[in-house]
Design a protein around this ligand. Structure first.
Ligand SMILES: Nc1ncnc2c1ncn2[C@@H]1O[C@H](COP(=O)(O)OP(=O)(O)OP(=O)(O)O)[C@@H](O)[C@H]1O
Ligand SMILES: [Mg+2]
Length: 465
């Protein structure tokens, strides 16, 4: 996907349109929020820190695109993104799990992103270094002795009588093999390499009253004391290439720089998506769990959304400019059931519409990741060409819509169940009875035949669709 941080709001909406049908209002507002970040970064330094993000509350039934919009937005912005379920924090066993962990997850994400970028940047060098290590294992270099050294090692490895010709020959052979390694000719050959092992990563030092943070610190500290171990392993050259590439790339990357950049990236561009926020709304609304714990979670969330400093193993992360998008169905609880302080922290409210039959038709057909495209690709792998007549899609949309209204409204996710029901037999029979080279065209009649009865029979469809 594009990684253009300079997209205008219109362009952002256009990019989202490629994946999400409808939901104009939601798209428009997330586009504004994203562009506001760019605006802030380009504002004068004194005011920059004063500009706070306008966090968004998305309200909409299940399966209408809330998570999808946030996820695509983060990709578009090339921003670190985490999704948490607010209700997780109230579950038994999780009570008291500090909500700050979402920020730690976010910075972890950012570190991975930055690391990947840097790895990409040093890739060419790292590959060269990798080839060198493999080459050394295959054909150790002979070095001409620097004339008359008293400290010659002797023994098996260095030969006292290395001539100029030997060195030249060795270098020539190495050159040939370097080429062979590069073009994969030797990939199946086995060699022995030293692989450095991470010093014990998880040490059980959980004491009572110890939180995640101090746990992490202790682990970091201990692993710092442990000597880095290496282990000899016999692997194919193809495997060695992979293993060594990571090690060699790591040597070329300055981890301190990565950490700093990741913290900065988190602070300025991070997006935290808090799902099921309605489940922690108080009032008479909730079905389970003590009210106290739900309100407690809301209170725990406050400082983070408000802007505070969170201690992570990569340094202190300020949350002031992180964009928070909260989402919930709010079927039972209302946004006004949230504690006022938290409500106030999500000033932008967007409602997502229920999806219509026409939306379903388009969702089946248009998005880049549309279900029809997914199945076409799956079957293409079997050399079976699958296609859908428009009338068939129309029928599918109608059935999905009907099932949603009759059984339970699960939004666009209904399309998946309907589609898999429709194609299941094909999926089973390929490639045994339906052989590669076949062309399958799904017609409206076919949809009717396979699904119509099911839909009419309400009891049956409850289980199957
Ligand atoms: N408007 C839409 N356009 C295209 N695809 C959609 C749309 N809405 C939902 N989908 C598809 O349906 C699936 C579920 O959507 P999503 O995860 O966004 O639901 P949600 O609104 O977050 O629901 P929940 O409240 O259950 O979390 C996704 O695979 C998504 O691709
Ligand atoms: Mg969701």
């Amino acid at each position: 996907m594009t990684q253009n941080p300079d997209l205008t709001p219109k362009q952002i909406v256009e990019a989202l349109d490629k994946y999400i049908i409808g939901q104009k209002d939601a798209k428009k507002n997330v586009a504004i929020a994203l562009r506001n970040r760019w605006r802030r970064m380009n504002a004068s330094a004194e005011i920059q820190n004063e500009i706070i993000p306008n966090n968004i509350l998305m309200i909409g039934a299940t399966g209408v695109g809330k998570t999808e919009i946030a996820r695509r937005l983060a990709k578009l912005a090339n921003a670190p993104f985490v999704k948490v379920e607010a209700s997780k924090f109230t579950e038994v066993g999780y009570v008291g799990r500090d909500v700050e962990s979402m920020v730690r997850d976010l910075v972890e994400q950012a570190v991975n992103m930055v690391k990947e970028e840097k790895q990409e940047a040093v890739k060419v060098k790292a590959i060269e270094a990798t080839e060198e290590v493999i080459l050394d294992a295959l054909i150790p270099p002979v070095k001409q002795k620097s004339g008359g050294s008293l400290f010659g090692l002797g023994g098996t490895e260095t030969n006292d009588n290395v001539s100029n010709e030997d060195v030249a020959l060795n270098e020539k052979t190495r050159e040939k093999f370097r080429e062979k390694i590069r073009n994969g000719e030797l990939d199946d050959r086995k060699i022995e390499i030293n692989i450095s092992q991470n010093p014990v990563s998880n040490i059980g030092v959980v004491g009572p009253g110890m939180d995640e943070m101090s746990m992490m610190n202790i682990q970091e500290m201990l692993s710092g004391f442990m000597p880095k171990k290496t282990k000899k392993r016999k692997v194919t050259i193809a495997e060695a290439k992979k293993i060594l590439l990571e090690e060699e790339a790591a040597k070329l990357i300055d981890m301190d720089e990565v950490k700093e950049e990741a913290v900065r990236k988190t602070q300025n561009t991070g997006i935290i998506f808090i799902d099921e926020i309605d489940k922690i709304a108080g009032g008479s609304a909730g079905k389970s769990g003590p009210d106290v714990s739900r309100e407690g979670v809301q209170r725990d969330l406050l400082p983070i959304v408000e802007g505070s400093a969170v201690n992570t193993k990569y340094g202190i992360v300020r949350t002031d400019h992180i964009l928070f998008i909260a989402a919930g169905a709010f079927h039972v609880a209302k946004p006004s059931d949230l504690i006022p302080e938290l409500q106030g922290r999500f000033p932008i409210r967007v409602e997502l519409n229920a999806l219509t039959k026409e939306d379903f038709y388009q969702i089946l057909k248009e998005p880049k990741n549309a279900l029809t495209k997914q199945y076409e690709a799956l079957l293409a792998a079997e050399e079976v060409q699958l296609s859908f007549e428009d009338a068939a899609l129309d029928k599918l949309a109608e059935i999905a819509f009907y099932a949603n209204s009759e059984v339970e409204n699960i939004g666009a996710r209904r399309l998946q169940t309907v589609m898999s029901r429709l194609l299941n037999d094909f999926l089973f029979e390929i490639p045994d009875t339906i052989t590669p080279g076949t062309t399958l065209t799904v017609t409206a009649e076919m949809v009717e035949e396979r699904l119509a009865d099911l839909v009419k029979n309400r009891d049956l469809s409850q289980y199957i669709l």
